[in-house]
Design a protein around this ligand. Structure first.
Ligand code: MN
Length: 210
């Protein structure tokens, strides 16, 4: 089955005032939709058309060379945004607060205080020049690490292609201007600081368990 745009798991205004409704509508309905449309168009009529997007981006090197860039950008965009909607929730209704359980332990092991983790994560988002993502990833030994990738790259594409840490992402923040410019203008730092209010730690913990 070709890729399809997953519905938002909440109303477009549910993340207000931290992420505005218009940004959500355009981000989901136009940007994410375009990644889906263009990924499907690139693979139409090939044996790759029905391969899940998560597998496509892990197997980029196996794709015909003339499809690789389109799949990297667009299937990558589809995978990244599908996760992004899931790991957010309305503030106070699943969004915000702090992680608990095994995930909290793993974060403490890597960074000590939760506030230190947040600082390092924001630094990764601020340090990404131009467009891309900051990620919290799980390594094979279940430790967690922070990395960043450009454009619509995803750590599961592998270090040699995407840079990053090569881990399995469980949290990601979109630092493309389209994710924040309408409300925050050029102030990416303000967007990143506000974004913690809508992080769905329950979902992130689920992803950590794998
Ligand atoms: Mn985006």
């Amino acid at each position: 089955m070709p890729m399809t745009l997953p519905p938002l798991p909440y109303a477009s205004d549910a993340l207000e005032p931290f992420i505005d409704s218009q940004t959500m509508q355009i981000h989901h309905g136009k940007h994410h939709q375009a990644y889906v449309t263009n990924a499907n168009k690139a693979l139409e009529g090939t044996k790759w058309a029905d391969v899940p997007a998560e597998d496509l981006i892990r197997r980029l090197a196996e794709l015909p060379e003339d499809k690789r860039t389109a799949v990297r950008n667009n299937a990558g965009g589809h995978v990244n945004h599908s996760m992004f909607w899931q790991i957010m929730a309305p503030a106070g209704k699943g969004g915000g607060g702090e992680p608990s359980g095994a995930l909290a332990d793993a974060i403490r092991k890597s960074w000590g205080e939760f506030s230190h983790f947040k600082e390092e994560f924001q630094k990764a988002g601020m340090g990404r020049f131009g467009s891309g993502w900051a990620w919290l990833c799980v390594a094979p030994d279940n430790s967690v690490q922070i990395c960043s990738t450009a454009n619509q790259d995803n750590p599961t594409m592998g270090k040699d292609i995407a840079g990053g840490c090569g881990g399995r992402p469980i949290l990601g923040v979109d630092v493309w201007e389209h994710a924040y410019y309408l409300k925050y203008k050029n102030l990416r730092a303000d967007y990143l600081a506000a974004w913690w209010n809508v992080v769905n730690w329950g979902k992130v913990a689920e992803l950590y368990k794998g």
